[in-house]
Design a protein around this ligand. Structure first.
Ligand SMILES: CC(C)(COP(=O)(O)OP(=O)(O)OC[C@H]1O[C@@H](n2cnc3c(N)ncnc32)[C@H](O)[C@@H]1OP(=O)(O)O)[C@@H](O)C(=O)NCCC(=O)NCCS
Length: 134
């Protein structure tokens, strides 16, 4: 589970994993908003006292969502990302969630193999979104 002391380490990890975020994905604000809404679904992986990975879940009573899955570059391909996703899935299941969705940026297509290995399938959907004032 994320703790307030983890903020700077998480921000550093995301700066590397998610470079050039859109203004609404500015890490400090993403963290603050998550702490205000379902903070129990914000997980960090810790190794030797250091934050080495993150994953967030969200559940709206109908679907679960997976966000900000990231692992420190020097520790990738060791199963940490898998463990984080499994952890979010288990937490979502506990809440009664029966389906998890996620989105991958078209520019990040290589990560599709990671999720496919974990049982996720590419679904024929048109993803739409709209920014609200807040
Ligand atoms: C995606 C990410 C979280 C994976 O974390 P990880 O700890 O390396 O993942 P795992 O070690 O659990 O990988 C499990 C399997 O997924 C597949 N996989 C993982 N990364 C992959 C990649 N870059 N390309 C192809 N397959 C990959 C492999 O089959 C791997 O098993 P293997 O190492 O035995 O071959 C990590 O690469 C990352 O932080 N990327 C940058 C952030 C990002 O793009 N996040 C996703 C946003 S949608």
């Amino acid at each position: 589970m994320y703790r307030p002391d983890d903020e700077s380490a998480v921000m550093a990890l995301w700066r590397d994993a998610f470079p050039d975020p859109a203004p609404w994905n500015e890490p400090r604000s993403v963290i603050a908003k998550k702490l205000a809404t379902q903070p129990d679904l914000f997980f960090v992986a810790v190794s030797e006292g250091a934050v080495v990975g993150t994953a967030m879940g969200g559940f709206d009573g109908h679907r679960g969502w997976l966000y900000t899955v990231a692992v420190r570059p020097d520790l990738r391909r060791l199963g940490i990302g898998t463990a984080l996703v499994r952890h979010v899935e288990a937490a979502l299941e506990t809440l009664g969630c029966s389906k998890v969705n996620l989105q991958v940026l078209a520019s990040n297509a290589s990560v599709v193999a990671f999720y496919a290995r974990l049982g996720y399938a590419v679904e024929e959907r048109v993803s739409m979104g709209k920014r609200l004032a807040s």
